[in-house]
Design a protein around this ligand. Structure first.
Ligand code: ZN
Length: 249
């Protein structure tokens, strides 16, 4: 048996060397913003508890949910302090921009159809592929999981069946036979570099077993700003937002 976890062996080391040598992941701190070095205090935890876990970083103004830490629930947030849905929607936007910049997705073809809403079983049709778009943070485990979103419910085979049915429906509608595929987007929030990976089929895919299609710069869509770029005066303080003791009359 190999002494490294599945997907993290020599192939993974080689992929990292090729694509991200000496990659910068930003500052290690309690704040999910990789540009921000803020460390949480006990008072912060206490304040957050009062607002159901909702916390705005006083340094960079990023708002995120601390409740997974407070109540030790299953951690549904991604490492970026975003919900799976927020992360998923960001990934889809990054893919759309990538397709705009390249007149399609390199290696796959033209972007022919996009899902009108987030809950559609298929995210996009690119070339002859019905695509599931999956996003992950550059610091997370390098595997894209199909039907990993806990909000979708239902069991796994039902979720896959829905995708196949939808794929066939879209194929009829577009007048060509479609094949299933996963487009994985790896997002480094510190450098704003996105890497795109592809594998055929609707199944979990390890990054090392996927085809690397290219990279893009997603600075414009990156929600994390450097603290010095965020004017503290442009947003109300938490006291002004929630307090009722300073009504000026
Ligand atoms: Zn912060």
């Amino acid at each position: 048996m190999p002494d490294y976890p599945l997907g993290l062996g020599p192939k993974w080391e080689e992929l990292k060397q090729n694509l991200w040598p000496n990659e910068d992941q930003g500052v290690d701190s309690d704040c999910p913003n990789p540009h921000c070095d803020y460390m949480l205090t006990d008072q912060d935890m206490y304040d957050a508890e009062e607002f159901g876990g909702h916390f705005t970083c006083p340094n960079c103004r990023w708002t995120y949910d601390l409740s997974p830490y407070m109540y030790q629930e299953v951690r549904q947030q991604t490492r970026a302090g975003m919900t799976p849905k927020e992360m998923g929607q960001l990934g889809e936007s990054v893919v759309r921009d990538f397709a705009d910049e390249n007149n399609g997705i390199p290696g796959l073809g033209e972007l022919r159809w996009e899902a009108p809403d987030y809950n559609d079983p298929i995210d996009a049709v690119v070339g002859d592929f019905a695509i599931e778009i999956k996003s992950l943070h550059s610091e997370s485990y390098p595997r894209f999981k199909i039907a990993a979103d806990p909000t979708t419910g239902g069991n796994r085979s039902d979720v896959i069946k829905q995708k196949i049915d939808r794929m066939n429906e879209l194929g009829m509608h577009l007048g060509s036979q479609l094949a299933p595929g996963v487009l994985g987007v790896r997002l480094n929030f510190f450098t704003s570099r996105a890497d795109f990976f592809f594998s055929s089929g609707f199944k979990d895919a390890r990054m090392t077993a996927m085809e690397h299609l290219g990279t893009s710069d997603f600075s414009k869509l990156n929600p994390f700003k450097k603290p010095e770029e965020v004017s503290a005066l442009s947003l109300p303080t938490q006291g002004e937002t929630y307090g009722d003791e300073d009504i000026p009359f």
